[in-house]
Design a protein around this ligand. Sequence first.
Ligand SMILES: C[S@@+](CC[C@H](N)C(=O)[O-])C[C@H]1O[C@@H](n2cnc3c(N)ncnc32)[C@H](O)[C@@H]1O
Length: 305
Amino acid sequence: MYHNPVLLEEAVAGLAIIPEGSYVDATFGGGGHSRAILSQLGAQGRLIAFDQDPEAASNVPEDPRVQFLNHNFRYMQNFLRLHGMLPVDGILADLGVSSHQFDEAARGFSTRMDGPLDMRMNKGSGLTAREVINEYDAERLADILFLFGELRNSRKIARTIEEQRKTTLIETTGQLTEMLLKLAPRGKENQFFARVFQAVRIEVNQELDALKELLSQSVAVLKPGGRLVVISYHSLEDRLVKNYMRAGNFEGTVSKDFYGNPLVPFRPVGKSLAPGPRETAENPRARSARLRIATKTQHPIANNQ
Ligand SMILES: C[S@@+](CC[C@H](N)C(=O)[O-])C[C@H]1O[C@@H](n2cnc3c(N)ncnc32)[C@H](O)[C@@H]1O
């Protein structure tokens, strides 16, 4: 299976679909969420689906209501303008990597299978994990491991990589895990490598910058009352989503007008949701998922009702 969609019913319900509305699936992948959206759309409804990985295109259904764009969602607003799709009624983003990408050793995402140090979601983009690991100076590497992997021993990891590459190029995921094994806490090797790989992957795909651009553009792209639905898989993403939905900025500071009314572009809908035990038992990759839903306010100031 290409990908088992996470929090499928909850995420699509969060869009509160209007049958004749237009929707964006920013992360098409295997198309699980898109198919559920289509099942609720009428004949005049429209769906624009983005995925930067061309392999996702093979999952696109033959359906005149769907347009697939093999592009990064950080360019969402421009593409929607180009296709005359502005404004839209809802945006869904199910962040991160698909199971298909994880499970293919040649993509270099998996900590368990040996493969080239690649980790690009878009194989046409410039930066690969090989360059990050072999060419970034130790200080920059340590910052990435600390900020994107939340690894406490980031300096030690970076220095170990720097030492090793003086003698040999580090070209495979297997070489990387083997050389770092001595720094992994006993019994927690999997979590340690998951964090190292997460950090490198975020850098390679510039994931946090792309997410910030998607969130910032969503205000201009959505109709008032439109829905923004985001599933994130680690705390760095979730913090950005939470702050943006609450305050309209990434720091989470709510500005107020002269009368003390909050000036916010979104209002969160309900509390954040995580998959239940049944879903995580069936689909362990759902474990770290967190779903947040927000509605665009009618007026920037109308968030105090
Ligand atoms: C978790 S999967 C989505 C799965 C999908 N919801 C489904 O039901 O199959 C994430 C997908 O988003 C894509 N993706 C991640 N970041 C992206 C970005 N910045 N722009 C476009 N696509 C992106 C990945 O290539 C991957 O296919």
